[in-house]
Design a protein around this ligand. Structure first.
Ligand code: NAP
Length: 337
């Protein structure tokens, strides 16, 4: 029997910071599943910084959201109706039709997850693409060597908090993080094991970093861009590596900054700056899930979640994440769970 579901549509392309006038919560009908299809009751939705880019109409590695169409993103849920032998009713699955109560899609487009290893929502965060981003950045993009000094920006967030802990596991001797506000900065050292935390809202991130890293840094995981990247270039050691993971400080910008003024330092210091897209690293998923789930179980990897409740608050959750309300992974828990 068809039934109704609510879904978020983009109705206007935001200029600067997205507002509630840019989106609408719309009621849609979920039909009976056809052959090979499954219906999923979404339990948790992921809200992520890259979604801001999809609200703009420009070419990227992922298409923009269509206007007056449901937005998409990762979600985890429970199969409630199935026309597929491979994905039975009751299975917990991840898929890409987030931003809605219920999803209907071909069984080949969902992944069954092992809830014995970790909670379902962990597959949207530490065991999902955010955790994998941290792992791939430190293993393949800007590889950490024993004894390296590592700097991570956005360090209290989903990628950053995991990256700090993984850098230590990979042999970093010093791990420095930056985040917004004293509570988050305290959390870096007291909760995630960073050696030092910098509060970028206090200003002079370059001065703070130089003081925290008197012997320079060897690896920088850039989640923020702008002044953070510029600060890292100034203290980077010879042949250092930068993983260009994200530039959230610019995602709402209506005018782009002139650039990191210290970029030419990369020439003399032979710095490697390498952009990354987690989609290029999916081959690492099985190994990463096995390792990370073990670390979560033995308590050596802390993965925080900040949860907002209800489909009606999903967009507010996205806005809150962009403003830094979250520690760890920002998630939306749907009220039927
Ligand atoms: P997140 O860090 O959990 O949440 C975003 C955080 O960004 C906020 O909590 C906020 O923390 C910080 N922020 C917002 N505006 C800022 C500003 N102007 N300056 C400095 N920090 C600011 O999000 P995430 O999912 O882990 O993503 C982190 C970064 O990784 C993003 O840049 C994202 O685009 C990128 N990413 C890239 C890939 C890839 O494949 N390349 C994959 C996943 C994520 P504060 O309170 O500290 O400001």
């Amino acid at each position: 029997m068809p039934f109704s579901s609510r879904e978020w549509h983009l109705v206007r392309r935001p200029v600067g910071e997205p507002t509630t006038s840019d989106v609408a919560l719309v009621t849609a009908t979920v039909p009976d599943p056809g052959p090979g299809h499954v219906v999923i009751r979404n339990d948790y939705l992921s809200v992520d910084p890259y979604m801001r880019g999809r609200m703009d109409d420009r070419e990227s590695y992922i298409p923009p959201f269509g206007l007056n169409e449901p937005m998409t993103g990762t979600a985890v849920g429970t199969v409630i109706s199935s026309q597929s032998a491979e994905v039975p009713v009751g299975a917990t699955v991840t898929h890409f039709l987030g931003w809605r109560d219920y999803a209907i899609l071909p069984a080949g487009q969902v992944q069954i997850v092992d809830t014995q290893l970790a909670s379902p929502q962990a597959y949207l965060g530490v065991l999902g693409t955010t955790g994998l981003t941290a792992w791939a950045a430190l293993k393949e993009i800007a590889p950490v060597k024993e004894g390296d000094a590592v700097f991570i920006s956005g360090a209290a967030g989903a990628v950053g908090s995991v990256a700090g802990q993984l850098a230590r596991k990979l042999g970093a001797s010093t791990v420095i993080g930056s985040a917004g506000g004293p509570d988050k900065v305290k959390r870096l050292t007291q909760h995630y094991g960073f050696d030092a935390g910098l509060d970028y809202r206090e200003g002079d991130i370059a001065g703070q970093l130089a003081k925290a890293a008197p012997n320079g840094i060897d690896v920088y995981v850039d989640n923020v861009g702008g002044d953070h990247l510029d600060a890292a270039l100034q203290v980077m050691n010879l042949r250092g590596h930068v993983a260009l993971v994200g530039a959230i400080s610019m995602y709402n910008a209506t005018e782009l900054p002139a650039g990191p003024p210290h970029l030419p330092l990369a020439i003399g210091k032979r710095i490697t700056l390498r952009g990354m897209n987690v989609g290029d690293h999916l081959h690492m998923v099985p190994e990463f899930i096995q390792k990370a789930s073990g670390w979560i179980s033995d308590g050596s990897l802390v993965a925080d979640e900040t949860v907002v409740h209800g489909i009606g608050n999903a967009f507010e959750g996205f806005q809150a994440m962009m403003r830094g309300v979250n520690v760890g992974k920002m998630l939306v828990r749907l009220s039927h769970t």
